[in-house]
Design a protein around this ligand. Structure first.
Ligand code: 8DG
Length: 162
């Protein structure tokens, strides 16, 4: 099976989260965190920082990046491994990009109906600062089976990259 690695970051305050409306490409017309494919010459954290900047113009420093866990998506031919981050301290001016239109949402008003259908099962954990590990199998754009686990310990990435 072909495997691709992605990053996905959620910028948050105590009760608001920044999402982007994807204007083109994969997942278009959906709200999601900021992220994309990992490039060959970068670490996972570097990829998360780069994608956030490219899509929102915000800058997050590595020490303010929290690695929250991993979500794996399988379909018939493809495995996508998505490394999930959160951050509360960012710099720079938020800007719309060619790819994403950013908007802040209250935790109470997250547009789950207009996001990837798996988000509702694990994004609440991230917003509440819980670490997680999840796996979804998609069939014809619908969730066929899934498992979401809250982790009590910080998962491994930080140690690998330290
Ligand atoms: N919630 C959720 N997020 C997903 C799913 N699949 C998936 O790729 N993502 C995330 C991971 C990435 O952050 C983002 C997709 O990245 P992308 O295709 O825009 O990557 P990219 O910016 O490198 O793309 P490109 O330049 O090659 O067009 O969406 C999913 O099923 N659910």
């Amino acid at each position: 099976m072909h495997t691709t690695h992605y990053t996905l970051i959620f910028i948050k305050t105590q009760n608001h989260v920044l999402l982007g409306y994807k204007k083109r490409g994969f997942g278009q017309q959906k709200w999601n965190g900021f992220g994309g494919k990992l490039e060959e010459n970068e670490t996972i954290s570097e990829g998360a920082i780069r994608e956030l900047f490219e899509e929102s113009n915000l800058v997050v420093e590595k020490q303010h990046l929290h690695y929250m866990g991993v979500v794996t998506y399988d379909d018939d031919v493809h495995r996508r491994i998505v490394y999930i981050f959160s951050a509360s301290q960012v710099e720079g001016d938020l800007k719309e990009s060619d790819e994403m239109r950013p908007q802040w949402f209250e935790f109470e008003n997250i547009p789950y109906h207009n996001m990837w259908p798996d988000s509702q099962f694990w994004l609440p954990l991230v917003l509440n600062d819980h670490h997680l590990q999840a796996r979804f199998t998609y069939n014809d754009y619908k969730i066929y089976k899934y498992n979401v686990e809250q982790l009590d310990v910080i998962p491994d990435l930080i140690h690998v990259e330290a």
